[in-house]
Design a protein around this ligand. Structure first.
Ligand code: 5GP
Length: 164
């Protein structure tokens, strides 16, 4: 299908506030926010402010190569946050969307071994996602256009080597 869900920056701002309110109403008080770069970083900043949480970390995961085209499996790129002390911490993982859910599952399972409690917050969750996030702003099965990636880069960079 070519139906798309378009999120603009203004609606994104409202979405993050509402998502934060849902988390607060649920009584979850994360010690740290772990964002999945790059989309989850936008979500993490807003949620961390709204939830008055001062610790933000990020993990780089590469999966999508284009609209609907993916690598076989998502991969965590270096530096994997092994050095961060997650022990006894309540963690909130953030991403822009749980689509297949593979990215969130990777990070969630990584956390499980290290933390006291882990929950996930996303702006969007698709119905086929194999991870069911505790906090979701909106459900859709359309391809989503996010305000930070819709227009594409302002520069052309080829052969960029990813940290791995
Ligand atoms: P998943 O592992 O859940 O399939 O995908 C997670 C990541 O893929 C998201 O963080 C996002 O970067 C990208 N992605 C998945 N679905 C969409 C979509 O509908 N629109 C955009 N722009 N990115 C998507």
């Amino acid at each position: 299908t070519d139906v798309r869900e378009t999120l603009d920056y203004q609606t994104f701002g409202r979405a993050v506030r509402e998502l934060a309110q849902t988390i607060a109403d649920d009584g979850y008080e994360p010690d740290l926010v772990l964002s999945i770069a790059r989309g989850g970083v936008f979500v993490a900043g807003g949620l961390a402010y709204a939830l008055d949480c001062k610790n933000i970390h990020l993990v780089n995961v590469e999966f999508y190569t284009g609209v609907g085209t993916t690598l076989e499996m998502p991969v965590m790129l270096a530096p994997v946050p092994a050095a961060i002390d997650f022990t006894d911490k309540k963690v909130l993982i953030t991403d822009d969307v749980a689509d297949t859910g593979k990215t969130l599952r990777l990070v969630h399972d990584f956390c499980l071994d290290h933390v006291a409690e882990v929950r996930s917050a996303v702006i969007y969750e698709k119905s086929h996602s194999l991870v069911k996030c505790e906090y979701v702003w909106k459900r859709t099965d359309d391809w989503i256009e996010f305000p930070w990636s819709t227009e594409g880069p302002v520069v052309k960079r080829e052969g960029q080597v990813l940290d791995a």
